[in-house]
Design a protein around this ligand. Structure first.
Ligand code: F6R
Length: 241
């Protein structure tokens, strides 16, 4: 495991963007796995800027998001699809048909799981997965208690996480109760994981990845087993290491 601690938020965002750019240069037909959320927003915006300024080419790349809110449409500004398009995918030269975010409106939602799995297989697996983390250690929508061998799933979103996502939805009661998510096993199948976290509230979860114990109560703790893991954090998230 490699841990990169950045002094400032700006340096953190820039480092994340450089890692994305490096992956596209190293393997022009890379498949990216993408988390959404506050932590990744600026790094994606900077990666898009680097594409514009330096001509980093994504024309052969593919992307697959980690998750989507169940019952939320791609056109809804709060959906993972809308937000990843807005900040990154619409701003680089990746082909829209080479991007995938689970469809939050598919009925029954279970049908989406097979499509999600198929798509990642068709894309040749994930080369670089950019993974956020919740304060309770959730990864994707895999909340505490999720079995470590879980695969593509309709995942209940905990009350704690719904409170944390309240600002996005205009109230915690408006946050969907379920997400469509890669499971923990699917996350571990990525060839490389870049786990990103900022802020004091994430420090305990980061400590559990680095020092353990490994437990289903802190789903992220299992990523320490990944053979190619980079943890990119700011000083506050590193404060308990
Ligand atoms: C989002 C996702 C979530 C977030 C996590 C952290 O696609 O998979 O697990 O990564 O909730 O979110 P932020 O970065 O907003 O703190």
């Amino acid at each position: 495991m490699k841990i990169i601690v950045m002094e400032t938020t700006e340096a953190f965002d820039r480092q994340g963007a450089l890692i994305i750019m490096r992956q596209a240069l190293k393997k022009p037909d890379s498949t990216f796995g993408l988390a959404t959320g506050d932590t990744t927003r600026n790094m994606y915006a900077l990666a898009a800027e680097l594409h514009r300024e330096l001509g980093v080419d994504y024309s052969l790349c593919k992307s697959c998001n980690l998750d989507e809110y169940a019952g939320v449409s791609a056109e809804d500004k709060r959906s993972c699809r809308y937000r990843i398009n807005e900040v990154l995918l619409d701003k680089i030269n990746i082909k829209p048909e080479n991007t995938y975010v689970p469809n939050g409106l598919r009925e029954p939602p279970e049908e989406e799981l097979a499509l999600f799995k198929e798509k990642i297989e068709k894309f040749g697996g994930i080369d670089l997965l950019i993974l956020g983390i919740g304060t309770n250690g959730h990864i994707g929508f895999n909340e505490p208690g999720t079995p470590l061998d879980s695969s593509f799933r309709i995942a209940p979103i905990s009350e704690k996480t719904r409170k944390e996502k309240a600002a996005l939805f205009g109230g915690s009661e408006l946050v969907p109760k379920f997400g469509i998510s890669m499971g923990i096993r699917d996350i571990m199948m990525a060839r490389e994981i870049l786990l990103v976290a900022k802020g004091r509230a994430k420090a305990e979860a980061i400590r559990s990845i680095v020092h353990g114990p490994m437990t289903v109560d802190m789903p992220a703790s299992v990523v320490r087993l990944h053979p190619d893991l980079v943890i990119l954090i700011d000083k506050d998230a590193a404060s308990l290491l």
